[in-house]
Design a protein around this ligand. Structure first.
Ligand code: SAM
Length: 211
């Protein structure tokens, strides 16, 4: 994703009612923010948030939190969020590597990873959001029956993930290398990157992992 510094982004984020400030303070009681006990799902690396806002619209019975580390990107999600009447979605401007300090064990029901940065160089493998290092973080916050759902059009990252996830002690419950023509397509919500890359003819890969 091309990043530009956008003036005022930090300030908007720091005062937005849609962004959770000092998220560590809500550890273990995020449900109080939503005012209900509905399950909480997060998207790590949400980008401009199209996917999560569509899911939140379709599923008022589920709570959603979008995680994005760059303020300039999160700003775009906030601008879109302001036009929607939703009470089941918040955002956070944090790096996912610290998620276990933000969420308590078993606080999260599902984690979505969509079109995560591929980090193609071997020496950067630990930065991939499906690396064993990140799977360990997810293990610390996800419910026992929780799942990680990962989509990408990057064949190399997908092949890597089919190995790295079991290496971290997880099971691959289902996967496809052509989501839009598979049984796994039912109820699929497209992300911004998914719209862009599938329109270029790239097949979309998806896997679901659990412990
Ligand atoms: N999920 C969106 C989609 O599918 O359209 C955006 C995909 S974009 C390629 C990946 C996003 O993940 C970027 O906005 C990037 O800043 C964010 N990201 C990457 N690593 C992250 C991390 N460790 N913590 C939080 N966000 C991260």
């Amino acid at each position: 994703m091309r990043l530009r510094h956008i003036q005022g982004a930090e300030e908007t984020i720091a005062t937005s009612p849609f962004v959770i400030q000092e998220p560590e303070q809500h550890r273990g009681h995020f449900h109080e923010l939503f005012g209900n006990d509905h399950p909480i799902r997060i998207e790590v690396g949400m980008g401009k948030g199209q996917f999560l806002m569509e899911l939140a619209t379709r599923h008022p019975e589920i709570n959603f939190i979008g995680i994005e580390r760059y303020s300039s990107v999160l700003l775009r999600a906030i601008q879109k969020r302001e036009q929607l009447e939703l009470s089941n979605i918040y955002f956070m401007c944090v790096d996912a590597k610290g998620l276990s300090e933000i969420f308590a064990p078993e606080e999260i029901e599902r984690i979505y990873l969509n079109f995560s940065d591929p980090w193609p160089k071997d020496r950067h493998a630990k930065r991939r959001l499906t690396s064993p290092e990140f799977m360990k973080v997810y293990d610390q916050i996800l419910r026992k029956d929780g799942t990680v759902e990962f989509k990408t059009d990057n064949q190399d990252l997908f092949t890597y993930s089919l190995e790295s996830i079991p290496e971290a002690g997880w099971k691959i419950d289902a996967y496809t290398r052509d989501l839009h023509h598979s049984e796994m397509a039912e109820g699929n919500v497209m992300t911004e990157y998914e719209v862009k890359f599938s329109s270029m003819g790239n097949p979309i890969c998806k896997l679901i992992a659990s412990r």
